[in-house]
Design a binder for this molecule. Sequence first.
Ligand code: AMP
Length: 397
Amino acid sequence: MANIQSYDFNGKRALIRVDFNVPLNKENFEVTDDTRIRAAAPTIQHILKNGGSVVIMSHLGRPKNGFESRFSLENIADHVSKVVGVKVKFGGDCIGQEALEMSQSLQPGEVMMLDNVRFYEDETAGVESFAEQLSKHGDVYVNDAFGTAHRAHASTTVVAKFFPKDKMFGFLIEGEIESVNKVLNSNDKPLTAIVGGAKVSSKITIIERLLDTVDNLIVGGGMAYTFVKAQGGKVGNSLVEDDYLEVANTILAKAKSKGVNLYIPVDTIIADKFDDEANRKEVAINDIPEGWMGLDVGSKTNLECAQIIKNSKVILWNGPMGVFEMENFQAGTVSAANAIVEATKSGAFSLIGGGDSVAAINKFNLADQVSYVSTGGGAMLEFLEGKELPGIKAIRG
Ligand code: AMP
């Protein structure tokens, strides 16, 4: 593999896979959140500055199989032009003669964008002949789509084989890899992971992996109640996965044998229905009355967690502490986010990795006060679980 920093792009056409799967409004198909476009801009600008031209490819939404105007990347071409600072030409399709003629006549400093690669089902099927057609658009392949790096699709993985040497990561993927390494291979201690969210079942692999690495593991969110019930507590109508009670106890035992401080919330905010307007009470987490459910952690838990977080040198946060989407049940998630911000100010490295904690940190406008916010939900989760992502392997291999 090559390195984007040292590669000579002079006179080369760079085919870049980005993740421009951005939300559009329903009325005019205008971009409503351009975080992903801004995240890929440094890679595009670097190539242009170094004498190359750029062919952008991405997916957008979930088209069936064939063109659908609401999923056309033409909708976002002007927005991309504004963010990158160069007029983006639109290729009309991602394969075929017309698009190829356009990409082959690109001049240094020029940018074009292909249409949605998922208009062809060969994309998600990872069909080699389709990947080969895509490969014709570039002399060099750059993967900067971390959000789809866990998919072995034609444009994210298979296409790399047509660039045996001239393939590399963009700055965004490099940053994601570096930030995970900073957490999982850090010598700085204490290392604290906060794993929340809805279910133990979706986080079990990451928890097991983290037990080998972390000093503190704070369990929050809906999955805490499975741990509490496993320990004989009364959890009322809280979210519980009865199939995972034994797993929860095994995790607790493993943590103990490895000397990991596994923190389970001690109190909780309960509600008499799953509703922001529900009646609320704060109780011990192992004494929730029937008919009530825990939707957030309580004030003692917040104090204790904040203390652990503020004493940490490295912090990983995946999953909210409660139902943060509702104003009345967001306090635990706000408290964890604030503690992470404070720890970061004192020199800790903090990675916010995985879908809903990213949504939370953005909701509280604190994203610029932590060390790194991942752009890949599922990809980050799999990466933290220790899986080798196909998109990353294809570049390295
Ligand atoms: P995940 O995608 O697994 O990280 O789960 C995130 C979701 O978990 C969010 O939508 C939260 O509202 C939800 N969640 C967090 N705490 C609870 C809880 N105590 N009960 C039910 N859902 C919860």
